[in-house]
Design a protein around this ligand. Structure first.
Ligand SMILES: *[C@@H]1O[C@H](CO)[C@@H](O)[C@H](O)[C@H]1NC(C)=O
Ligand SMILES: *[C@@H]1O[C@H](CO)[C@@H](O)[C@H](O)[C@H]1NC(C)=O
Ligand SMILES: *[C@@H]1O[C@H](CO)[C@@H](O)[C@H](O)[C@H]1NC(C)=O
Length: 953
């Protein structure tokens, strides 16, 4: 996302290692042991010599043990110097056959001019044995070689997630498997994620299928100091146990004790500041900062006592020394002060970053990384003041604004931080984001301006460095762990999907389903110029104005148009495609008063029609495109500004099923209208508008069963009374059916049956009357195939009793693919939400994962059975990414879905499924530069016939 960095920057803020630390690890251990033995002999001798004297000091029985500890206090973690001469990995699984990946385009992660190599990779012993040309003589030495022909496609190092809760925040989420946060106090450095790791989580397999090989599994962020994180490899292990997953286990294998004597390995600690610990403990920021300082003061005293003890003990000055000072509860925090623990701090806002940087200097410990860190790009100098070295920054690409401390989050943060020479990491916070798609975060970071090498490094080499593991993971280099991904495109191309994933040299995908990607996807993707936007973001302290600027002229002419897609009733068709072999054939599109008048190739009647129109505005699209405005649904877009701030949103309706609706609202006949609660010009709506999502369909928010009446609105309008702001006041009725314990699912179905078949009153009577006549759709939010089947049965029951035909739409639909035929036969549409399924809850555990795990994805499975499919979003920040979801669905269909079909998934199909009238004439159009809406192009204008304007972005 920044200037022209073709090489990884070197980071200049890492202090040089003191000389003593340059001793090889092995030598240090030997020295330590020798020294302690010598010291022990010395004290024994000394005590023997002085035995006759009554005043002689008693040498404690445990002297040798303590002197040993003293010697190890200053040893820094890290690999022995000869680490990469190892011939076999400690994680090698005996019996694993050697593998040759032939003819690959390799992104190595190196910065010495060998970033990209064309050649072969030989894997054996769990290691990368050779990169480049592997000659036949060498291969002859390997019996039972598995040969993989990469056919010139990209291989990258395995993807590394610096921030995950995989295996502790279980998927599917069950009460019995929630080991994310302890709520026993704000400071808990003695807790360890290892003690809660579930090795049978559904997500391992899914994340591996996205190329993820290694993850740092952290405790949650409820506490200022939440406990020790663990670094794991994702593959299943023979012991099936948490211990086997550990990469460089810092603990004794059969024991719980951290043993620096045996393992010079980094530990990791989770910190959090700001809203989460404040909320959980009813703290203010001041309280949380003091919790840190109090804990550190305690650890500092133990450390000092140890240092004093050791100074005397090594002189043999045992008099009155007592026992070696230590405390199992605090040893990990003491080790942070000794620089032997990587500190990972969940920290967003400037004030929190500043607090932690001051604390790091007060107690003299480095911070490995700030995570989430949404305001870091605004205060790079604060980071540069941290003790030791500036922390790396681990970010989401576009997830922001969900709480106040995330409000200034920016898609330009990665590029801005990189411009300041800071280390940028993209992370998932799994299951907050599905870590299967971590590389998608890197793709978006690149789209918004992070240079491609840094974007790839952000999910490979940079996290490896931050973790202190760049001696064995994060690179395709000889001697490194054999963790690799063979992709079906350049890994930064949208929708990049692994063809195979190796962990410790073991292929992880048993029978991968391959996709064939366009040739253009094999190159580093071209991305738009967002320099102006990035500058504005800094100028406005993270909140640049997002309101669109109206074209001053009534006539806008778009030149060099390569394609035009238009809506016709409830379909989308490609209405114009320039002959790509003829530069003169590029299209010209003329727009007058917000109406697309004509689009034709070259010098045509259309182009002629602008003669004489002197103030016509010309916009060069550089091979761009025009497409129908997209629609967003599924999240409360238009009803909220900040998810976790009640005062910024419409809020939740009373739940008619559990708490009853007050008489003043209309009692049991009340049906709430989303249109009454609309908020215009929220940042997420305006960002969505700027990304081609020109309208939203939103239902009232419910935590229960009956939501109410949806509404369709323009995301680009300033207020509700503006012309065209309300697209359609009411479209359909929304209910939600989920297993929540009480009321039961069967009770919720009974309520729906009652509303459809029994006497009701008020607005419910009116609108359910329309549903029964098939005039408006009933949208049922449901994920479980069992619930969907019950709803289908109810539909048939109502239709046969009332001799009618209901319009029914399922929203969510994670398991709908199991009923694809039945849904098609019943003419029931499905809005998949999220667009790519994830088994977050039990009710959605039976997803169809899509390539490479299954041949077909959910969209295709449903569409092939005649189901009208729409794509929804779960959270409002994600509305802007609809275009990428559509492109991805088309890519996963292996050609079965055309671009026009894909565009329909989040436009006309959603309108059809949610009761918004087809409007071919007045529907918005999105204009993109440098590619179409489904590519890494830039949205430069919105044509709005409804509002009779062209907005230039
Ligand atoms: C490598 O793959 C590319 C693309 O399939 C092909 O053109 C080339 O001939 C292959 N090279 C070798 C040495 O097999
Ligand atoms: C674990 O402890 C048991 C009993 O002390 C011992 O037999 C076994 O070898 C140990 N395993 C490892 C891997 O250290
Ligand atoms: C249209 O834009 C493409 C991409 O920038 C460019 O290669 C082509 O030359 C342009 N054609 C015309 C006629 O300007």
């Amino acid at each position: 996302m920044v200037g022209e960095h073709t090489k990884l920057p070197t980071y200049t803020h890492v202090p040089a290692q003191p000389k003593s630390r340059r001793l090889s690890r092995g030598l240090r251990v030997v020295l330590a042991i020798t020294f302690s033995l010598v010291a022990f002999q010395y004290v024994r001798l000394y005590s023997e010599v002085t035995r006759p004297s009554r005043e002689s000091t008693q040498v404690p029985l445990r002297a040798a043990e303590w002197l040993d500890k003293c010697q190890l206090l200053d040893v820094k973690p890290g690999p022995p110097e000869d680490f990469n001469t190892r011939t076999q990995s400690d994680r090698f699984v005996p019996g694993t056959r050697p593998t040759l990946i032939a003819n690959a385009t390799i992104w190595t992660g190196r910065i010495d001019g060998l970033e990209v190599l064309q050649g072969d990779i030989l894997l054996d012993g769990g290691l990368i044995k050779r990169v480049g040309v592997v000659d036949g003589d060498l291969l002859d030495q390997y019996a039972h070689l598995i040969r993989v022909d990469a056919q010139g496609q990209w291989v990258s190092p395995g993807i590394i997630d610096l921030h995950s809760h995989l295996g502790v925040d279980s998927v599917p989420e069950l009460r019995g498997g929630d080991d994310t946060n302890s709520f026993k106090g704000p400071v808990l450095p003695w807790l360890r994620a290892l003690d809660g790791l579930n090795t049978r989580d559904d997500a391992y397999k899914l994340s591996i299928a996205g190329g993820l090989t290694t993850a740092l599994v952290l405790p949650g962020s409820a506490n200022a100091i939440g406990g020790q994180a663990i670094l794991i490899k994702l593959r299943p292990t023979a012991d099936r146990a948490p211990t086997g997953k550990l990469l460089e286990n810092p603990y004794e294998r059969n024991d719980s004790v951290y043993d620096p004597h045996a393992y010079f390995r980094y530990r990791h600690m989770k910190y959090a500041c700001g809203e989460n610990p404040d909320r959980v403990y009813s703290n203010t920021r001041m309280d949380t900062a003091w919790a840190f300082r109090k804990a550190y003061e305690h650890a500092r005293k133990i450390k000092e006592a140890q240092d004093n003890f050791c100074a005397k003990a090594t002189r043999g000055d045992w008099a009155g020394l007592g026992d070696y000072p230590e405390d199992l509860q605090w040893e990990a925090l003491v080790d942070v002060l000794r620089g032997r623990v990587k500190v990972h701090t969940h920290c967003y806002e400037t004030v929190d970053l500043d607090d932690l940087v001051r604390i790091s200097n007060e107690f003299q410990f480095p911070i490995a990384a700030f995570h989430h860190a949404h305001e870091t790009y605004l205060v790079p100098d604060v980071l540069k003041c941290a003790y030791g070295h500036p922390p790396a920054v681990a970010l989401f690409a576009t997830q922001a604004r969900y709480k106040r401390e995330a409000y200034r989050g920016s898609e330009f943060a990665p590029r801005i931080l990189a411009e300041h020479g800071l280390q940028v990491v993209m992370k998932s916070d799994h299951p907050v984001l599905n870590s299967r798609y971590l590389v998608y975060e890197a793709q978006q970071a690149h789209y918004y301006g992070l240079p491609h090498n840094l974007a790839l490094a952000a999910v490979t080499t940079t996290p490896a460095k931050v973790l202190g593991q760049d001696h064995r993971i994060g690179y395709v280099k000889e001697g490194y762990d054999a963790d690799l991904v063979l992709w079906d495109s350049h890994p930064l191309a949208l929708g990049a999907t692994p063809q195979q994933v190796w962990i410790d040299g073991i292929a992880q995908l048993a029978s991968p389903h391959l996709l064939s990607k366009p040739a253009s996807f094999q190159k580093v993707p071209q991305t738009p110029d967002f320099d102006k936007e990035a500058k504005e973001t800094l100028k406005y302290d993270g909140l640049p104005p997002l309101e669109p600027v109206r074209s001053k002229s009534n006539t806008v002419v778009f030149t060099n148009v390569s394609s035009v897609f238009l809506r016709e009733e409830y379909t989308v068709r490609e209405a114009f495609a320039a002959d790509s072999s003829n530069a003169l054939a590029a299209g010209v599109a003329v727009v007058r008063d917000g109406q697309l008048m004509c689009v034709e190739s070259g010098i045509s009647a259309c182009a002629q029609s602008i003669h004489g129109d002197e103030d016509a505005e010309f916009v060069d699209l550089e091979g761009g495109s025009i497409a129908p405005g997209l629609v967003s649904t599924g999240a409360p877009l238009g009803l909220q500004e900040i998810d976790q701030e009640a005062s910024t949103q419409d809020g939740y309706v009373f739940d008619a099923l559990t708490e009853g609706v007050p008489e003043i609202v209309g009692g049991s006949g009340a049906l709430i209208r989303a249109a009454d609660g609309l908020q215009f010009a929220t940042r997420d709506a305006l960002l969505a508008y700027r990304a081609g999502v020109t309208s939203g369909i939103v239902a009232p928010q419910t935590r229960g069963f009956l939501a109410g009446l949806n509404t369709a609105f323009s995301t680009g309008a300033r207020h509700k009374l503006e012309k065209g702001a309300l697209v359609q006041e009411i479209g359909g009725v929304h209910v939600a059916i989920h297993p929540v314990g009480s009321p039961s699912v069967s009770t919720q179905i009974a309520a729906l049956r009652h509303l459809l078949l029994s006497e009701t009153n008020g607005d419910i009577k009116q609108w359910f009357g329309k549903i029964k006549q098939g005039e408006v759709p009933l949208a049922v939010e449901a994920n479980s195939a069992d619930i969907i089947a019950s709803v289908l049965t109810l539909k048939a029951e109502v239709e046969s009793k009332l001799h009618t035909s209901l319009k029914l739409t399922i929203i969510g639909g994670s398991e709908a693919h199991l009923l694809a035929q039945e849904l098609g036969a019943a003419n029931v549409g499905v809005i998949l939400n999220p667009a790519r399924p994830f088994p977050n809850d039990w009710e959605e555990r039976r997803i169809i994962a899509g390539p490479p795990l299954t041949e077909k994805n959910a969209v295709l499975t449903l569409a092939e059975n005649g189901v009208t499919v729409g794509l929804g979003i779960k959270e409002v920040w994600d509305a802007r990414n609809a275009r990428f979801d559509l492109a991805w669905a088309a890519l996963e269909s292996n050609g079965a879905l055309s671009k026009a079909d894909a565009l329909a998934l989040a436009s006309v199909n959603l309108e059809k499924l949610l009761g918004v009238k087809a409007d071919s004439v007045r529907g918005d159009l999105v204009v993109t530069r440098g590619g179409d809406l489904l590519e890494f192009s830039k949205v430069v204008a919105i044509i709005s016939p409804r509002r009779r304007v062209v907005d230039l972005l």
